[in-house]
Design a protein around this ligand. Structure first.
Ligand SMILES: Nc1ncnc2c1ncn2[C@@H]1O[C@H](COP(=O)(O)OP(=O)(O)OP(=O)(O)O)[C@@H](O)[C@H]1O
Ligand SMILES: [Mg+2]
Length: 364
């Protein structure tokens, strides 16, 4: 899907919103290494855009260019952020944005409150106003109790919250969050998602990079996958999932004879003898599930477990970012999806990735 596809997303009216960020043919190389090889971005105001990509893909580089920290290579096209031309008026861009970098900007030696007041000073807020803003943000980010303690004593999650609170001191309308939840536990990640949703509800535009595909799925209106310096695909989570095949129903049997019976009877499947499991292509819809169950019933086949798998962003990521990390076999990929669902417990949306139902309990 071309990266110049017209902006469209879940938020009503957002398709007509002005662009908060636009870039054309963005290029950056370090020596011989071409990190960004001409990427285009069109991000409507008030939306969340997620940039995904494996380690070293160039996500931080893109954030650094868009936030004026480093320059794009000559030959790149124009970049506009918050309505300002980055080449002409970088100062105006800086005034419009907030940046939470991949690595914390928190000064560990001073307290959370002092970090906030330092930011207020950097934004030239009058002292009283600075105190008011700092106190409000410390409250909002649940840091009131910790405010007087040195930041070195904070947990990773608290430090990340302080980091973002500091970014918000200048009330930016566009914020860049470079891997905001890396290293956070599931509860802290959810708290951070809540904060990001609140920002967007206030009309803030969020440019997010993340390694967590479920995070992009949860938060982003549009997602771009960066691979080999280019945007390999861009779209809503649902649009991206549609470009990879892989939806299937997995039947597992305890009894080898039942497995063989099913394998002989079913027309289309891929089998895995060691685990006595069969994968039948399916879009996971109620209609297709019912048809499969009717077929099994008619043949007197009783599967011990039935699992529905729909493609998720992991599948998209592996399919698009390829290379050595690509997972070749459908069975491997299924196992990984199930692992991930189990591992991330309450963060995983089990309805989306792997629903396990006993055949006799379904749709009857
Ligand atoms: N200042 C620099 N000098 C030389 N190479 C650099 C520099 N900054 C980044 N790179 C290289 O550019 C590539 C992209 O780095 P970048 O930090 O943008 O990746 P990333 O997608 O953010 O990765 P991660 O997921 O690990 O944070 C990497 O190969 C990196 O080594
Ligand atoms: Mg990075």
């Amino acid at each position: 899907m071309p990266s110049s596809a017209p902006p469209a997303n879940g938020r009503p009216g957002a398709g007509r919103a002005p662009l908060a960020i636009s870039a054309t043919a963005l290029r950056k190389s370090y020596g011989d290494k071409r990190v960004l090889d001409g990427i285009d971005l069109r991000i409507p105001a008030g939306t969340v855009f997620a940039l995904l990509g494996p380690n070293g893909a160039g996500k931080t580089t893109a954030v650094q260019i868009l936030s004026t920290l480093i320059a794009a290579d000559p030959g790149s096209g124009p970049v506009h952020v918050g309505g300002h031309d980055l080449a002409v008026d970088p100062q105006a861009v800086r005034a419009a944005i907030g940046v939470t970098g991949q690595f914390s900007a928190v000064d560990q030696l001073i307290t959370g409150e002092e970090n906030m007041l330092l930011m207020a000073d950097l934004h030239h807020l009058p002292r009283r106003e600075g105190r008011r803003v700092a106190a409000g943000l410390l409250r909002r980010f649940d840091l009131v109790e910790a405010a007087k303690k040195p930041a070195a004593t904070y947990s990773g999650g608290m430090r990340r919250r302080l980091d973002i609170a500091m970014t918000l001191v200048g009330d930016p309308r566009i914020i860049f969050l470079d891997e905001p939840t890396t290293g956070l536990d599931p509860r802290s990640r959810h708290a951070m998602w809540g904060i990001i949703r609140e920002l967007v509800a206030d009309g803030v535009t969020v440019f997010l990079t993340t390694q967590y595909l479920d995070e992009a799925d949860e938060l982003a209106d549009r997602i771009a996958v960066l691979s080999d310096g280019r945007i390999a695909a861009e779209g809503s989570a649902d649009e991206l999932k549609r470009i990879v095949p892989g939806g299937h129903v997995r039947l597992r049997f305890a009894d080898p004879a039942a497995y063989r019976h099913a394998a002989d009877a079913l027309r289309e499947y891929s089998g895995h003898v060691e685990s006595l499991s069969l994968q039948v292509p399916s879009d996971g819809s109620q209609r297709e599930l019912r048809s499969l169950l009717d077929q099994l019933d008619a043949l007197g086949i009783q599967a011990d477990e039935l699992t529905v798998h729909t493609p998720d962003l992991d599948d998209v990521f592996f399919a698009l970012t390829g290379g050595d990390t690509r997972v070749p076999a459908q069975t491997d990929r299924t196992a990984r999806t199930t692992d991930r669902t189990a591992r991330t417990d309450q963060t995983a949306r089990t309805d989306q990735t792997a629903r396990t139902v006993k055949p006799e309990e379904t749709l009857r």
